[in-house]
Design a protein around this ligand. Sequence first.
Ligand SMILES: *Cc1c(COP(=O)(O)O)cnc(C)c1O
Length: 398
Amino acid sequence: MTKHIEAASPHTMNTYARLPIAMERGQGCRVWDVNGKSYLDGLGGIAVNTLGHNHPKLVPALQDQISKLIHCSNYYHVPNAEVLAKKLTEMAGMTNAFFCCTGLEANEAALKLARKFGHDKGISNPQIVVYEKAFHGRSIATLSATGNPKVQKGFEPLVEGFIRVPLNDIDALKKATEGNPNVVAVFFETIQGEGGVNPMRIDYLKQVRQLCDERDWLMMIDEVQCGMGRTGKWFAHQWAGIVPDVMPLAKGLGSGMPIGAVVAGPKAANIFQPGNHGTTFGGNPLAMRAGVETIRIMEEDGLMENAAKVGAHLKAALEKALAGNPGVKEIRGQGLMLGIELTKPCGVLTERAAEAGLLLSVTADSVIRLVPPLILTEAEADEIVSILVPLIKTFLQE
Ligand SMILES: *Cc1c(COP(=O)(O)O)cnc(C)c1O
């Protein structure tokens, strides 16, 4: 008999407008619900399931780790934390990492680093430049840094010390910070995720790097969503050939295990001293193993290259299939982080796509977002197009 899933749940808080679907298992880029219906996964747990589901190399490694040691506290060394930090810093051209469990936690740490960077040089009221449409998380500090009034409403007073500027406008950034000696950092996503898949331009990234050097600001890039190989480079800002001073990571880093990291270069690596920051679960043996194995498998199987190749294929196929349609405003993004902006709000497509067997999300009201596992094949990309395009066309005629 078909199991009926209520839209609202009686005992968990009403924090998500969930679809009436409950997932049971996954394999590769597919998941199955409790009624046996299968879905092609164009969402990847919101850019989290780097290796898809039930990966034949990841699962045995995690099983091995669970049977050895899950958690032991940060009073002791966790050897894989050192392995993962070394690897991440080499990938990023940076020097040290701090481990935590989520994206907002990584961003909190970055904000604390920026404030202490200021205090250490005698700035008692440090200010951090943030961006319109940014999303950095839902703690009080990170929602204050976020550029979406919907995320902030009801949780005022916001944390002070942020200066907000528009994307990709170096003059606006200079003007907003003119003559202000309290600015300590610029903080942004290379490609905004929740804000609607909005990329920072390469020339702008270079200009901000230069400005940060000139003024001794920290360049802090939130790669929580766009990082970890998704765009075809380890980190999306690497397309501009720049290196930030602070880089929060999370989502795809552990292929589903909760893990976050802040990676820092020489300007920020020694700001925290014992007692300045910490987190009980951060850097635990199970999460560290997931991070180490995720990167190892990505390298072994060429998944970053796959993301670039299949992402380009998917984007071209969507462009071709939707060409000349005035209801499609823009198709943008890079690698396997793509957004299709329509001319009207299209939240209903989340549900219709699921009905048709495809998982995706709609963000910023009118942007269909695809952030599938990096193991996606071209055949699976074609399948996404064949399910999604008719839904979009029908929707635009309504
Ligand atoms: C998802 C996201 C966050 C928040 O991560 P959580 O793990 O949900 O706290 C922060 N920044 C960006 C860019 C994100 O996409």
